[in-house]
Design a protein around this ligand. Structure first.
Ligand code: NAD
Length: 442
């Protein structure tokens, strides 16, 4: 079992993992439903199928990604051939959240294995059914000394973080991200932090309002709003507000029917702590739509809130639930005041037919990633890096970049011996002028 040096072995284990994920797809979908009634369609599209596709593309490309890359040499080293070697970090810890508990646990694990690391995965304790299925799949696919699942909550996480790792990949909240960063600092362990933030969704007067409403409703209420890159609040041009709200309501009913609680396509809140937090956000607000809730079923209906104050609970922190505040703006300065009231967003969305306005919005603000005229879509392209900036995280992954994330890039200059220019060696004497002239050229 030489996973560090034998890429064929790594590839075989990932093929085994692919087989076991495909074989267990029904079990995974059931576990996700048992954990928080994740609809089957969402479970397949955003979890099992996503992971299967990641596995297939990694298996297909990993040998190419692992090859030493020859780069153009510097003339200063003439004669040489220069390479970048991808070296596994060693022991990797992956800590996963509950909201996409299968995908966000498995995807980093797949790339860490492909890159030649040993992995310990801690899934979220808030989705115990999915965590148990993950543990079984991993047990069947890998030797325990290669990849291991450790189940448990905060104490388990703390225990794992107290150990020395060569890389830590964490997905979760900003507050726990800081705990992870502190623990990593102890050993100067490199980390990726995939965290959260307050994501604006700007709708201007030129936007195709009906289509914008459809795409926002989809991106917001999928997974009952418990998506790190879900639109957190809307900033709509003032004159468009009434029309836009009408479309939003139409689209919610079109997606989930009039009796949303009975819809098979609408998930539940993860636990009562979050249910209490979210219903507390609605309590003192002016509702435009929704606001229904049922503690016994951890249900909160898609809810639209009318122009809340920036100091109100719903605008204070990341919502991470099916509540969508609708704010208005008249000038670009109004947009600026709202967006700059918060840390950098993880995602930002602009709905507009005006290219220069869209471009201005996506370049004026610093944020992890986003879309023009859509929501969430940037997550799905393996060629786009996915990650945060500032308080919402550091580092990025997806596709080839995930392999690179879990590899140290080792630079090697292979010098030839047939020629040895003496200019760099002491005694330096009259060589300074000549070397300066040479350096100036590069
Ligand atoms: P969380 O931070 O509470 O938990 C994440 C993981 O950390 C879990 O495995 C948990 O057991 C562990 N943990 C919790 N408290 C800990 C502590 N005190 N010390 C050590 N470990 C601890 O996050 P969550 O509730 O599972 O997920 C929701 C958050 O994750 C949201 O803020 C969301 O935006 C963010 N998120 C980000 C992404 C992304 O890709 N950027 C994806 C999904 C979720």
């Amino acid at each position: 079992m030489d996973y560090k040096n034998d890429i064929k072995y790594r590839k075989e284990t990932l093929k085994k993992l692919l087989f076991n994920v495909q074989k267990s797809e029904d079990l995974i979908v059931k576990a996700l439903f048992d954990d928080f009634k994740k609809p089957e369609f969402e479970a397949v599209v955003t979890e099992t199928n996503y992971v299967i596709s990641e596995l297939k593309s990694t298996i297909r490309n990993m040998e190419k990604w692992a090859r030493p890359k020859r780069v153009f040499p510097s003339l200063l080293n003439f004669p040489s051939t220069d390479f970048i070697y991808k070296e596994p970090y060693g022991n990797v810890l992956v800590i996963a959240p509950w909201n996409y508990p299968f995908q966000l646990a498995l995807c980093p694990l797949i790339s860490a294995v492909a890159a030649g690391n040993k992995v310990v995965l801690k899934p979220s304790e808030l989705t115990p059914n999915t965590a148990a299925v993950i543990a079984r799949i991993i047990e069947k696919s890998f030797h325990v000394n290669h990849v291991e699942v450790v189940q448990g909550g905060v104490e388990t996480s703390d225990r794992l973080l107290a150990k020395r790792w060569d890389y830590i990949f964490f997905t979760g909240s900003v507050s726990v991200g800081k705990i992870v960063a502190k623990a990593a600092a102890e050993h100067l362990t490199p980390i990726t932090l995939e965290l959260g933030g307050k994501n604006p969704c700007i709708v201007d007067q030129t936007a195709n309002l009906k289509l914008a409403a459809k795409r926002i409703v989809w991106g917001k209420f999928i997974n009952a709003g418990q998506t790190c890159i879900a639109p957190d609040y809307i900033l709509v041009q003032k004159d468009m507000k009434i029309n836009f709200i009408t479309y939003l309501i139409e689209e919610i009913i079109q997606a989930y029917g009039k009796k949303i609680k009975n819809s098979p396509d609408y998930a539940r809140i993860i636990n009562s702590k979050n249910w209490v937090r979210l219903t507390g956000m609605i309590a003192s607000e002016k509702l435009i739509f929704g606001g229904e809730s049922d503690a016994s079923d951890l249900y909160i209906s898609p809810t639209l809130i009318d122009e809340p104050e920036l100091e109100s609970p719903v605008m204070k922190e990341e919502i991470f639930g099916p509540i969508l505040p609708v704010l208005v703006y008249e000038s670009e300065n109004d947009i600026d005041i709202v967006i700059r009231n918060y840390e950098k967003p993880l995602a930002l969305y602009v709905f507009s037919e005006n290219d220069s306005f869209s471009k201005k919005m996506i370049t004026r603000y610093s944020f992890g990633g986003g879309c023009i005229n859509d929501t969430l879509a940037h997550f799905t392209n393996k060629r786009l890096p996915f990650g945060g900036v500032g308080q919402n995280g550091m580092g990025a992954y997806h596709g080839k970049l995930s392999f690179e994330t879990f590899s140290h890039h080792k630079s090697i200059v292979k010098k030839a011996n047939w020629l040895d220019l003496t200019m760099r060696y002491a005694p330096y004497k009259d060589k300074l002028k000549a070397i300066k002239r040479l350096l100036d050229r590069f």
